[in-house]
Design a binder for this molecule. Structure first.
Ligand code: CMP
Length: 138
């Protein structure tokens, strides 16, 4: 059955000029772009988006990083797009993410307290609907 997922191109992806290349990979895999915007996140949106990470050591650095510049928020649609995008994104740590993935090809450790890993993708249908609501409204 067709699903939707929330994709974010994080501030490192936008500032490095990789937004188009990243979105192109998702489109080239065959997923359909359904929503797209460039915006600077607010602390309120990020606190909702990252609620499950509150209290973790990387939580504050993560919010600081996500507030450091504009991001792209997008919704992609397709059969199994949630796992398909996560496979395309690669492992969380860009240093060891497999070559051929977005994080593995474009990312590395830049010495900060947070993984600057270029993209976010929802991890379940429930997360996707929750996150799409946060970034795009109900
Ligand atoms: P994301 O998929 O957006 O979800 C949580 C984010 O926190 C993750 O991508 C990384 O950017 C960051 N993150 C997750 N785990 C760690 C970690 N162990 N150390 C630093 N940053 C992390």
């Amino acid at each position: 059955t067709a699903e939707r997922t929330l994709v974010l191109v994080k501030p490192d992806g936008v500032s490095r000029g990789l937004a188009g290349a990243i979105l192109a990979r998702v489109e080239a895999k065959g997923y359909q772009l359904a929503e797209l915007k460039l915006l600077t996140a607010t602390r309120e949106v990020l606190e909702q988006h990252y609620a499950e990470h509150e209290g973790k050591p990387f939580y504050e650095p993560l919010l600081e990083f996500m507030l450091s510049g504009p991001v792209i928020a997008a919704v992609f649609e397709g059969e199994r797009v949630i796992e398909g995008f996560r496979s395309l994104a690669g492992a969380t740590d860009p240093t060891t993410a497999a070559p051929g993935t977005i994080r593995g090809d474009f990312g590395r450790d830049w010495g900060l307290k947070v993984q600057q890993n270029l993209v976010h993708g929802s991890d379940s249908p429930e997360s996707a609907e929750r996150e799409i609501g946060i970034w795009f409204g109900a």
